[in-house]
Design a protein. Structure first.
Length: 306
């Protein structure tokens, strides 16, 4: 492992991968619970427009991607709530618009072409700069702070939106929190796994954790652990392979391998315990009338999860 830490670019890559492995599954747990697993994909493609805008205006692509992604995430939520368009259609509209906008703007940038977007599409941890690391650290702290503060309210919202509304929780605000936090997470992860694969790191560790846990809180913790293992393992595997392996692809494939193992282990554990499958209908864990109207930070997410 000495060789791995002997290079400055790998030190930066490992720091970024560690933070991405923590943050992506954390927000991904809430997205999966609310049946918005593909939200990361939609926001990722919107982020391409932000990256291209940054290149066109000679500003920081991370900053412009953050602004455009957050605006796009709110627009997805607005379209879903205010129109007759379903959530998956709203995602598709922004999905295609984001790709088209990115390709159009990058074509207008002097001396740039679609190949310029490659490092953001598939990730390029070897090009992560010190400034990128600082930006990732700051954004990761913000995301984890928001989830820690609103986590219990988001848990109730993701279980049953009607229950949350009946008990006075600000449903629209909390929905916006999920959308914006997902957008920030996409921007954090795009240099490590790429915007085309970031959704996998949000979803796959969560799906793996669900095979082994029955508590929402434990699911979040285990998913974050799996995310860290997959991220650091994928970057390390790409480094030691000696070939031109994409770290982003290695991270996702490693996460999928963990999921496959988790499925088998989960089935064995349930057979030995004589139980059925882990409940997947999280709404049943929070029946109406069991959660009092509270202020942020006062609800208990320790009940069974997905």
């Amino acid at each position: 492992m000495t060789d791995l830490f002997a290079y400055d670019f790998m030190q930066r890559a490992l720091i970024a991968a560690l933070l991405v492995g923590l943050v992506a599954p954390a927000i991904g747990t809430f997205m999966v619970q609310r049946r918005l697993a593909l939200l990361g994909d939609g926001i990722g493609h919107i982020a391409l427009t932000g990256v291209a805008l940054g290149i066109l205006t000679s500003t920081s692509p991370i900053f412009t991607a953050l602004i455009v992604s957050a605006a796009g995430a709110l627009l997805i939520e607005l379209v879903r709530v205010r129109t007759r368009t379903s959530g998956d259609v709203a995602l598709a509209l922004l999905f295609y618009g984001g790709i088209a906008g990115g390709v159009l703007l990058i074509g207008l940038a002097p001396g740039a072409n679609t190949a310029t977007l490659t490092s953001f599409l598939f990730g390029s941890v070897s090009t992560v700069s010190t400034e990128d690391v600082y930006a990732v650290i700051a954004l990761a702290v913000i995301v984890l702070g928001v989830l820690a503060f609103f986590g219990r309210e988001l848990f109730v919202l993701c279980q049953d939106e009607e229950v949350a509304r009946a008990h006075g929780l600000p449903v629209r605000l909390l929905s916006a929190v999920i959308a914006i936090t997902a957008a920030v997470t996409v921007v954090i992860a795009m240099r490590v796994v790429g915007v085309l694969l970031v959704s996998a790191l949000m979803v796959v560790p969560v799906a793996a954790a669900q095979q082994l846990t029955r508590s929402f809180r434990v699911t979040v913790a285990l998913a974050m652990g799996i995310g860290v293992v997959a991220s650091l393992g994928g970057v390390s595997a790409a480094f030691y392979s000696g070939t031109d392996i994409s770290p982003g692809a290695a991270i996702v494939l490693l996460a999928l391998a963990v999921f496959a193992v988790s499925v088998g282990v989960g089935q064995v554990v349930r057979r030995r315990r004589g139980r059925g499958p882990v409940p997947q209908k999280g709404a049943e864990a929070v029946p109406a009338g069991t959660i009092p109207q509270t202020k942020p930070g006062s609800l208990d997410p320790g009940s069974p999860s997905t």
